[in-house]
Ligand binder design. Structure first.
Ligand code: M6R
Length: 617
């Protein structure tokens, strides 16, 4: 995943592009670059690039890029912030890539799968590649396909090129002497922003929200030109499209830090609101109202199984969903990694509803799994990003309504997803006649935002715990039943942003292997809320850790004195129903990861090697 921004208008493109890249930085931050074309003063395109590996530790490529740019009044430009897939994250491999044959500059998000063959072909035609990337072949192939006799030679060359490549792309192309930008997408999102006598290309609405609220989302295999004459959208065969103009409804404040040190911190602290926004307007007096489920209409009563498909944190939310569907609605549910599902040729029961979960709605594996499932089954999406690809390809779905999530480590989307899964399980349970105490569920859900606030008030205590173990090299997270996915999520958060190795396990599995690692240097986080039959067993697991001098950090219910005697650190959370407990228990684990990362001098919003949405395989 990378970020792309382009501008054509009457203003100076430079500051617009740099500001836009800052908003896109969460999509990748290995390197950055711009291409500018100043029609007034020269016929050449200026390219400036920079990469992290050339910079002093901690300096972002964007800061360096802004510093390297000479004052200029170019009114056309494209810019890119990179998350490396093919080729090291160095300055040479930074975008834009150039073909000197016609002065073509390209920024690209995605993967060109047949780039090796194309490279050989292009070299045989006399092109010299100067980078280790797959993207560079795009610039050269467009150059090779350029035919000045065409009506708009750049559009034609791009269309021809895209017909020859295999892979995914969101891309923007400029050419010296050309008064616009040509953009195209397949698999990687791209939108056009419609301003007042100016037009934008962007990977998402964030960078252009300051300039216009009107956008057009490009579809796969569409090619667009933006220029002084407006915008023009075709497919690869040059058929013209009239696309729907959408309004961005969210406010710019949602993508600003608003006094917080990091987006991750802001998003953790937004969760009382996130959970409320996920259930607001959906809890009726007699039952849940989810328009998305109603859209499935007559299909719903026939559903007898559920398959949840997702990646990363969304997969952890799905694991919780399995417990909810099975225990609240009495429907058997299974969870698959999208990356495995798509190649596993799964044998799906026709009565199986396939639910895909995704914060971004862009994850390539999840999107492809959805496409596979759609061939035979009904599909449903639980997504955060409004209008994203996954929402557009599902049969039906619901939004989480968490607002833009910028922190690379997903936090508020997780609690939003779990809240939505709970609502779905409730509605399906009511419709199937297996829930007769809806009002109890409703009241408990409505009390959660206040309980989350109580946990957030313990922030400084959790920071102190983090300080104790910030130098440790490993962590273990244990939980049972519905708290097992919470343990997985706690471990994922910590490893993503703090670079401490962490594992999540079902508590009882510890004795089948991980116990070998326990000594005085191993902090073990137990998620041990609730007083069901598993509670005593988890206490035994704590004894086992204590006997081996491991350090115990326990998330327990307020008033739990038994664990207090065993644990080195207690994080007491308010009591709630067993099925809602993950929504509370995950909060201290997010805070623990956040503080650990900051104490270790890491920027939690820019974890190494990660990007917010993985739009490549
Ligand atoms: O946007 P998605 O929910 O589809 O993303 C799935 C994963 O890539 C994502 O959850 C990833 O694991 C996060 N970095 C977790 O914090």
């Amino acid at each position: 995943m990378c970020g792309i921004i382009g501008y054509v208008g009457k203003r100076n493109a430079q500051p617009i592009l740099i500001q836009g890249l800052k908003r896109l930085e969460y999509r990748g931050y290995d390197s950055a670059g711009v291409a500018l074309f100043n029609q007034g003063s020269s016929n050449a395109i200026t390219i400036v690039k920079t990469a992290k590996d050339n910079l002093p530790n901690g300096v972002s490529p964007l800061i360096s890029l802004a510093g390297k740019l000479k004052p200029d009044s170019a009114q056309i430009g494209i810019a890119h912030t990179r998350w490396a897939t093919h080729g090291e994250p160095n300055e040479t491999n930074a975008h834009p890539h150039v073909c000197n044959k016609h002065g073509i500059a390209v920024v690209h998000n995605g993967i060109i799968e047949n780039y090796r063959a194309l490279r050989k072909y292009l070299e045989s035609k006399g092109h010299t590649m100067s980078t280790g990337t797959d993207s560079e072949v795009l610039a050269h192939l467009i150059g090779e396909n350029f035919d000045a006799k065409e009506k708009d030679p750049l559009i034609s060359a791009v269309q021809k090129t895209l017909a020859e490549i295999e892979g995914t792309y969101g891309m923007a192309v400029m050419m010296k002497g050309y008064d616009g930008i040509v953009a195209a997408r397949n698999g990687s999102p791209l939108i056009i922003g419609l301003g007042d006598e100016e037009l934008f290309i962007s990977s998402d609405p964030g960078p252009i929200n300051d300039h216009t609220k009107n956008i057009i989302r490009l579809d796969d295999f569409q090619v667009a030109r933006i220029g002084p004459d407006g915008y023009h959208i075709t497919n690869l065969d040059n058929d013209v499209f009239e696309s729907k103009v959408e309004k961005i409804t969210w406010d710019i404040k949602q993508i600003e830090l608003s006094g917080y040190d990091h987006f991750m911190q802001k998003e953790i602290f937004q969760q009382p609101q996130t959970v409320q926004d996920a259930f607001r307007g959906r809890l009726g007096e007699k039952g849940v109202r989810l328009d998305g489920l109603d859209e499935l209409g007559k299909v719903m009563p026939k559903i007898s199984r559920i398959k949840l498909v997702a990646c990363g944190t969304s997969w952890h939310a799905s694991k919780i969903g399995k417990y909810l569907f099975e225990n609240l609605a009495g429907i058997p549910a299974e969870v698959d990694y999208a990356s495995e599902f798509r190649y596993a040729h799964p044998i799906l029961d026709p009565a199986e509803l396939v639910i895909v979960l995704s914060q971004s709605g862009e994850t390539a594996d999840t999107l492809e799994a959805l496409r596979q499932a759609k061939k035979t089954n009904h599909t449903f999406g639980i997504v955060n990003a409004v209008g994203s690809l996954i929402t557009r390809e599902n049969d039906a779905g619901i939004y989480i309504h968490a607002g833009p999530e910028i922190g690379v480590a997903s936090t508020k989307a997780f609690t939003g997803q779990v809240t939505c899964l709970y609502l779905m399980a409730l509605q399906m349970g009511i419709e199937r006649g297996v829930i007769d105490n809806y009002s109890v569920h409703k009241a408990e859900l409505e009390s959660l935002p206040g309980k989350i606030k109580e946990i957030l008030d313990m922030d400084s205590n959790i920071k102190t715990i983090a300080e104790n173990y910030a130098k440790n090299k490993n962590y273990l997270f244990l939980g049972r039943g519905i708290n097992f996915p919470v343990a997985l999520e706690g471990a994922l958060k910590l490893k993503e942003i703090s670079k401490i190795h962490a594992e999540g396990y079902p508590a009882a599995e510890m004795k089948h292997g991980p116990i070998a690692l326990i000594d005085k240097n191993m902090p073990v986080v137990f998620v041990a809320t609730g007083r069901d039959t598993l509670y005593e067993k988890v206490l035994s697991n704590m004894e086992e850790v204590k006997a081996r001098k491991g350090k115990i950090i326990a998330v327990v219910n307020q008033g739990d004195e038994r664990v207090r005697d065993l644990a080195d650190h207690i994080i007491p959370v308010p009591t709630t129903s067993k099925w809602l407990a993950p929504l509370l228990n995950v909060i201290p684990l997010q805070l623990l990861a956040y503080h650990t990362a900051v104490i270790r001098g890491k920027n939690p919003d820019k974890p190494e090697n990660l990007a917010k949405a993985v739009t490549v395989e």
